[in-house]
Design a protein around this ligand. Sequence first.
Ligand code: COA
Length: 165
Amino acid sequence: MQSILRSVGGYVIRSCEEKDLPFVININMITLPEHYSDYFFSSILAELPEAFIVAEIKNQIVGYIMCKIEFGFSNFRKLGFVKKGHVVSVAVLEEHQGKGVGTALMLEGINGVIIKKTDEIYLEVRVSNESAVQLYKKLGFIIKSRLKSYYRDGEDAFLMAKDLS
Ligand SMILES: CC(C)(COP(=O)(O)OP(=O)(O)OC[C@H]1O[C@@H](n2cnc3c(N)ncnc32)[C@H](O)[C@@H]1OP(=O)(O)O)[C@@H](O)C(=O)NCCC(=O)NCCS
């Protein structure tokens, strides 16, 4: 049974299912330069289905977010070792952008990692990706550091994090 989490405009925001993965992979191919194996998408879905969310309209998947849980040093507390959510990838098809879908996906992704009792959530974003940086700031993420040549093409990333505790 499909688990509908919220709706925004005419878009349904719901949990991802295995059958959605080919559409998610296609959106990733079209919208982002960072691609992954089919196995990677399946394993993320198996590991953290609570934070693998899709947006759908008229039976078409138009956006997704997928996250992981990790343990590591805190982005907020000195010497702290914490449980962290990591936004691995989020994207909305271009023709559906600017309608609140990205915000809704992020909010449900964050909820999905909060359920797992995480202390914080973080992500990497290209320094040139102004709309994404704006979205994350709007949701309370803070730029914590700049990762030199993080991407294969040499572009830097901002590491952005949000305290959930
Ligand atoms: C980033 C992305 C997921 C946002 O999705 P979206 O559905 O367009 O997001 P929303 O409509 O909810 O807009 C969210 C916020 O993003 C910011 N934003 C969106 N478009 C923007 C633009 N053209 N310029 C500046 N800010 C913009 C705004 O802060 C907006 O909030 P507001 O509407 O309250 O002002 C989407 O642009 C996308 O898929 N981009 C390509 C893939 C990508 O870059 N993913 C992120 C990788 S880290």
